[in-house]
Design a protein around this ligand. Structure first.
Ligand code: DGY
Length: 326
């Protein structure tokens, strides 16, 4: 029997790639940069399955171009904002993602950004390399206290809660805002508050919401104006959750203290973006889940989802289970 035809939009880490190549007829995009839209439109024609990354916008025309055979879209990420989910659901195509396995890694990185911004780790490194270190200075590169500070977590799902657990070790007071989060006895200790109260009281605000129409620009000029002038904003969720222009204004005018971003809008951030002129900003290239072990597990989970979909079985992790008959 002919093997199912699959397009994989980037090389996967091993052993996931070999396992996939053994089971399907795979066309693997060999380049570091994502395929263009026109390439995607051409590559998806006649496919049984698509394994993509968060950099690949998969909308209704792409699904239409695949023709009627497309049985599964497997995204190698937990976030699925690059995929038109209503369109996939309408077409009866299950969409897979990779939840859970990147929770701790991402929370580690959010906390690393929090600490780096609070204690000016990047500025200190540059200070030394630029030959500015002449003596030990009592007021040199002063940062902010982490221990005992108030941390506001926006989005109290798996990753938000993992960040809250780390905060316990620093004796922090934790507030959270998440209209969808039900009170759960297994969640780490944290006080549920309204967004405005969280913004007004927090020394650190860390974002952990998915990107959807309700969270687009959730943090804009009005919200930034409600934050403390010393507050530090950390974003490891999705760039468009924050209005970048408003953030630039808030950082540039000292309305808030600093920001640490692992995600931007757009990605990659253009080199001439005003945010990159600011000294009170740390920025990294969307690497919060980038440990070798976690990226390997994400690839494996994406392959497992893909193979299940090709076999007509329910995906182990499906974001639109409505496609399955009850
Ligand atoms: C995701 O999975 O959505 C992250 O942004 C990348 O790991």
């Amino acid at each position: 029997m002919a093997k199912p035809k699959v397009f994989v939009t980037r090389r996967l880490p091993e052993p996931a790639l070999t396992q996939l190549l053994d089971r399907v007829q795979a066309d693997v995009w060999p380049h570091a940069l994502p395929p263009s839209r026109s390439t995607l439109l051409e590559k998806v024609r006649g496919l049984d399955g698509l394994l993509c990354l968060l950099t690949d916008p998969i909308d209704d025309p792409i699904m239409a171009a695949a023709g009627g055979r497309l049985k599964v879209i497997s995204n190698c990420a937990v976030g699925v904002d690059n995929i038109d989910l209503p369109a996939a659901t309408r077409r009866g195509i299950p969409v897979g993602n990779t939840p859970g396995i990147l929770t701790e890694t991402t929370a580690d990185f959010a906390f690393a950004l929090l600490m780096a911004a609070a204690r000016r780790v990047v500025a200190g490194d540059q200070f030394v390399r630029q030959g500015k270190w002449q003596t030990w200075g009592l007021t040199q590169l002063l940062g902010q206290e982490i221990s005992g500070a108030t941390l506001g977590i926006i989005g109290f799902g798996r990753i938000g809660q993992a960040v809250a657990r780390r905060a316990q070790g620093f004796n922090m007071r934790v507030l959270f805002y998440d209209p969808r989060h039900p009170a759960s006895p297994s969640a780490p200790p944290a006080e549920k508050v309204e967004l405005e109260e969280l913004l007004m009281q927090s020394d650190f605000v860390s974002l952990h919401t998915p990107l959807n129409p309700g969270t687009h620009h959730l943090i804009g000029a009005r919200q930034l104006a409600q934050m403390k002038p010393t507050a530090i904003l950390i974003n490891t969720a999705r760039g468009p959750v924050v209005d970048s222009q408003a953030l630039y204004q808030a950082l540039n005018t000292g309305q808030i203290g600093a920001a640490a971003l692992d995600v931007t809008d757009p990605e990659p951030v253009p080199l001439n973006h005003p945010l990159l002129t600011l000294e009170n900003l740390i920025i990294t290239p969307h690497i919060a889940s980038a440990s070798r072990a976690t990226r390997g597990k994400m690839a494996q989970m994406a392959v497992d989802n893909l193979l299940a979909g090709l076999a007509g079985q329910p995906l182990p992790n499906c974001v639109n289970p409505q496609v399955y008959p009850r």
